[in-house]
Design a protein around this ligand. Sequence first.
Ligand SMILES: [Zn+2]
Length: 135
Amino acid sequence: MGISLNAHSNVRRRQARDEAAGWSSVDERERRIGRNETLFRQVNERLEEMNTGFEEITDAMALVCECGDLDCSQQIEMSHSDYEEIRSDPTLFAVKPGHETAGVEEFVRRAGGFDVVRKAAGLPTRLAEATHPRS
Ligand SMILES: [Zn+2]
């Protein structure tokens, strides 16, 4: 999982820089969480490309948790069709059960080993839509 680990450490450096600059408002917290989650979504898009070809055998993809915690390096598994269904909606993310961030997103449903969460209205939704890899 070299890709996901590199992505985590790159974002962690950027986060440290933002904190050094004194960004600490509520908006900035929402923005940072949103940035983390959309980054993990991009990682998963790459992982999906790499998984294509294997899924026909197992129909299960190994993805990274799309929660807002940069220290989270947990993996989730889901079928290709589940992934496509979530990814078709820019406000939906897949996280490990319990990894949703209150106020930024809300629980939608539990599916197998992961939870589907929906971005809250306002800034979290706008960020998720602006960075949606499928639009
Ligand atoms: Zn997580």
